[in-house]
Design a binder for this molecule. Structure first.
Ligand SMILES: Nc1ncnc2c1ncn2[C@@H]1O[C@H](COP(=O)(O)OP(=O)(O)OP(=O)(O)O)[C@@H](O)[C@H]1O
Ligand SMILES: [Mg+2]
Length: 235
């Protein structure tokens, strides 16, 4: 599905990621972990083409995303929920969803179905379609950002710390959406810092430290490896 190898990337002179490898499979939740500043968000941006790969490959099925301009990456099947949500705060929920749909399927019927699916998945959004995104609660904004990313019917969904700062009921709602998407066969790549939140959820965990691979855990390795995982993260 997604196979990254030898990825080196950064910002101008500042190389952040060095020779990074990462795999995310369809029908699995892959969790990317690492301390603050380890390069998790930079890796997400590199997948999206927002940070240019200096070396390496980012292959999604048969396409090397590293060779595409950023504007073509969503069309290759990648939905992105950035850290901090990044909505169009002056626009309404309905308008934000329209923007998501604009990047998605061209067929009018499929678009209507996609829109209906989003409102089924996130009923709270449906009740507030004309409310401006900037006035939504943090949890509602996260739902809208996720709905917008899902509107393009991605095969790979990237979520960068989606539950940061949310209350438990919202965290649970976001978690359920991730599980549903996994069960629908999407590859879900989640950045999350809280170990307790991922022990049950993750199908595999990749830890990066200072821009390099530290250790990978398969599902079977997660529980026995918990102490090492905590040591990597310093918690
Ligand atoms: N636009 C930028 N220009 C230069 N350096 C940057 C830029 N954005 C991030 N960095 C640096 O890249 C490094 C990795 O940052 P990144 O945001 O990828 O970390 P992170 O693992 O997502 O951290 P956090 O857990 O705090 O979100 C940091 O040292 C950061 O200062
Ligand atoms: Mg980050």
């Amino acid at each position: 599905m997604l196979k990254i190898d030898g990825l080196t990337a950064g910002y101008g002179q500042a190389t952040i990621l060095r020779d990074v490898a990462l795999t995310a499979e369809a029908g699995e939740i892959t969790v990317l972990m690492g301390r603050n500043g380890a390069g998790k968000t930079t890796l997400m941006k590199a997948i999206m083409g927002l940070v240019k790969a200096e070396a390496g490959r980012i292959v999604l099925d048969d396409t090397d995303l590293a060779q595409l301009p950023a504007y073509k990456v969503p069309g290759a099947g990648v939905g992105y929920v950035p850290q901090g949500r990044r909505l169009f705060s002056e626009l309404t929920i309905a308008q934000n969803i329209e923007i998501g749909l604009g990047a998605g399927p061209k067929d009018a019927k499929l678009r209507r179905e996609t829109r209906d699916e989003m409102l089924e998945l996130f009923p709270r959004l449906g009740e507030r379609m004309s409310q401006r995104a900037g006035t939504l609660s943090g949890g509602e904004q996260q739902m809208l950002a996720t709905a917008r990313a899902l509107c393009l019917r991605p095969k790979l969904l990237l979520l960068d710390e989606p539950t940061e700062g949310l209350q438990p009921s919202m965290i649970e709602a976001i978690r359920q959406v991730m599980v549903q998407m996994r069960d629908k066969g999407l590859a879900v790549l989640l950045v999350e810092q809280r170990i307790d939140a991922v022990l049950e959820l993750a199908d595999r965990i990749s830890v990066i430290e200072m821009g390099r691979n530290a250790e990978d855990f398969t599902k079977a390795e997660i529980a026995p490896g918990e102490a090492r995982l905590r040591a990597h993260l310093g918690v």
